[in-house]
Design a protein around this ligand. Structure first.
Ligand code: AVI
Length: 325
């Protein structure tokens, strides 16, 4: 259908194959060992992440969905008609609240979901097209950098770029700053940016959210090793590692690590890599930063994004900032 297009900006996986695994070699050769969180998201990992979003302990997804459901119409009223561009759209589940709010404005609506996973992007675009026949969809398969550089400069009437789920929390402070800079560069003056943020809260709530009683987060973390096994012909034995996560209050971030249960040697044949693990040694797999709303408003302002309005849930657990370039 002319109203449903999915473009591949590059072949993200193909591209990845060229300098394939250099980050894995670096991360596993360094002390302490670390791996990029992008290795969470093979097919199995993406499935586990969807399960995490439904866990009773993992409050961010349902809390943000509540904010969008409650205030989506206000977001749409504040910006007026816009093209909606979503970074890291995944299954586009929460986006439906925004799509409905903007459709209620009575203007033709174009939605541009952006994701590195072609499979999930295509499936959710087809489903959305069925559920919202009036919607024009142009999906982009690529990284945030590729997509932001590719956005056509003059949408009509305006543009709302959004980044939900507190995914920005998986960037360290420097990467977060670079990302906001890329967002500002991609937007024209007057266009909007909507950002979802997980907020600082008591340690016990955060630690439960990243170490759930059903062990789904543990499986998600350990799955990184199975991913490396198939991608790089490795022989990790996942049962020799355990999930370890905690809230680092000084840094205001949840950290996830894998802890080695007995000393052994692992090889990754495609990388020509042999790695020794000592008992108790860890691999750092993720940070998930927890934010202070007014500090983030100040940071956005510093980049030339003027806060328009901010919303939270009743407990102040999650926030949504609308700002304007
Ligand atoms: C995708 N990202 C925002 C999630 C988070 O909460 O940092 C990933 C996640 N890691 C463990 N649970 C969920």
């Amino acid at each position: 259908s002319p109203d449903l297009e999915v473009y591949c900006l590059s072949d993200p996986l193909g591209l990845q194959h060229q300098d394939d695994g250099q980050d894995v070699i670096a991360g596993l050769s360094h002390t302490p060992k670390s791996l990029s969180p992008r290795y969470f998201y093979d097919d199995r990992g993406s499935e586990l992440f969807e399960q995490i979003c439904d866990l009773p302990e993992y409050y961010p997804t349902r809390t943000e969905a509540w904010i969008l459901q409650t205030y989506g119409a206000e977001v749409a009223r504040l910006t007026g008609p816009c093209e909606l561009v979503e970074l890291g759209s995944g299954s586009s589940t929460k986006t439906r609240q925004l799509l409905e709010a903007y459709q209620a404005l009575g203007h033709p609506l174009r939605y541009v979901p952006i994701d590195v996973s072609a499979g999930i992007l295509q499936a959710s675009a087809l489903q959305l097209r069925q559920d919202y026949p009036q919607l024009q969809i142009q999906g982009l398969v690529g990284t945030y950098e590729q997509a932001l550089a590719h956005l056509d400069p003059t949408p009509s009437p305006s543009r709302l770029l959004f980044f939900l789920g507190s995914s920005i929390g998986n960037f360290d402070a420097a990467a977060c700053d670079r990302f906001i800079h890329q967002v500002v560069t991609a937007l024209q003056p007057g266009e909007y940016f909507l950002l979802g943020l997980d907020l600082q809260k008591p340690k016990a709530i955060l630690e439960a959210a990243y170490d759930d009683s059903q062990g789904v987060t543990a499986a998600f973390n350990v799955n990184v090793l199975s991913h490396l096994n198939w991608r790089y012909q490795g022989n990790f034995d996942p049962s020799k590692f355990e999930h370890w996560s905690f809230y680092n209050e000084a840094e205001a971030q949840v950290e996830m690590h894998l802890r080695c249960l007995q000393s052994h040697v692992v090889t990754l044949d495609n990388l020509g890599l042999t790695v020794e693990f000592a008992e108790g040694e860890t691999i750092h797999t993720e940070i998930s930063r927890k934010f202070n709303l007014s500090a983030m408003e100040t940071q956005l302002q510093g980049h030339g994004l003027t806060p328009v309005r901010t919303w939270t849930d009743d407990q102040g657990w999650f926030g949504l900032i609308l700002c304007q370039a």
